[in-house]
Ligand binder design. Structure first.
Ligand SMILES: [Zn+2]
Ligand SMILES: [Zn+2]
Ligand SMILES: [Zn+2]
Length: 324
């Protein structure tokens, strides 16, 4: 596997002819259950049984340097990084929508610890945490888990967000996410639910029907800084995440979830100006993209997202969903 940069969009892609088979293989026993004899290499563990392990077929590897080099007009580098599986719960059926708020809070704490730990490594520019659930989302493990990658570049979507929020901040001296939270709170049209300092809302311009974001109401660029400095807040966040996923699961089983936090600013790169104001202009958040199998055709053409349902209509079904 190697990383190649698209010279037009400046985004990195990982490519190679040795792509591992990501389809879940029927296994006699679960590798991620606590007593597994074939457990992947342990990276970190919390007292509640939440663990981080090395991904058994990792796309990125921790050893060595990225060795970025030219290939004519192109750029390539080795896939140096980290690829971990975050085990959300020791119980095989302990999902984010049926675990206790404290258990989900512990998983979020594990996520914060892993991000902080990997950001200490100056080679890594970004740490992503994401979850693909359901067969049409490309789920890899049956056991409740999310994945983490630490990369020597900032992924494309985050880079877009960073550039756009810096531009907004330059013009208005305000954080665009804070402005969104404040307008949505005032209008109450697309707010799904609030819990403590956190708010779940449906974006004004959704990429897919029922797309939902969870954000802190108080400005904070780095999820891990909030999580490690004020861990008691993670129980509220866990509760809101659980209730939001319960609502979404009344519509569809499959979804993508991604946590967007600030890039690695412990090791500043002089060439990238957006890191000078990052703490003021970026605002961490969670994005949930439900996958509606029947409607998948309508948004597979990703050049322009097409959502056959507005957020104002979608929110009615999510608000009325029967949840615990
Ligand atoms: Zn299991
Ligand atoms: Zn903000
Ligand atoms: Zn985002």
């Amino acid at each position: 596997m190697e990383l190649r940069k698209d010279p037009i969009t400046r985004s990195w892609v990982i490519t190679g002819d040795d792509v591992p088979d990501i389809a879940p293989r029927p296994e006699s026993s679960c590798r991620l259950c606590p007593d597994s004899a074939h457990a992947p290499q342990l990276v970190a563990t919390l007292s509640g049984g939440q663990r981080a392990v090395v991904h058994p077929t990792a796309l990125y590897h921790i050893e060595g340097e990225a060795s970025r080099r030219a290939d004519g007009i192109y750029d390539r580098m080795r896939p140096v990084g980290a690829h971990e599986v975050l085990i959300e719960n020791p119980r095989h059926d302990g999902h984010l929508w049926n675990a206790s708020d404290a258990e989900i809070g512990q998983f979020l704490l594990l996520a914060a610890q892993r991000i902080q730990d990997l950001k200490r490594d100056g080679r890594f520019k970004y740490v992503s945490i994401y979850k693909d659930h359901g067969s049409s989302a490309g789920q890899e493990f049956e056991h409740p888990s999310s994945q983490l990658t630490a990369t020597t570049f900032v992924p494309r979507r985050v880079l877009y967000e960073l550039r756009a929020s810096r531009e907004y901040f330059t013009q208005k001296e305000r954080c665009v996410f804070c402005d969104i939270v404040s307008q949505e709170t005032k209008q109450e049209v697309r707010v799904l639910e609030s819990r403590g300092d956190f708010i779940a809302l449906l974006p004004y311009a959704p990429r897919v029907p029922y797309e939902t974001w969870i954000l802190p109401r108080t400005h904070e660029a780095a999820f891990e800084r909030m999580g490690l400095n004020r861990p008691h807040m993670l129980t509220d966040l866990g509760a809101l995440l659980r209730r939001t996923l319960q609502r979404i699961r009344t519509i569809t089983e499959s979804f993508h979830l991604v946590l967007h936090t600030s890039p690695n600013s412990l090791h500043r790169s002089g060439s990238m100006g957006y890191w000078k104001t990052i703490d003021e202009d970026y605002h961490w958040h969670i994005e949930i993209m439900p996958i509606l199998a029947a409607k998948s055709k309508s948004y597979t053409f990703k050049e322009v997202y097409y959502s056959p349902l507005t957020s104002e209509t979608a929110i009615k079904r999510l608000r009325d969903a029967r949840i615990e």
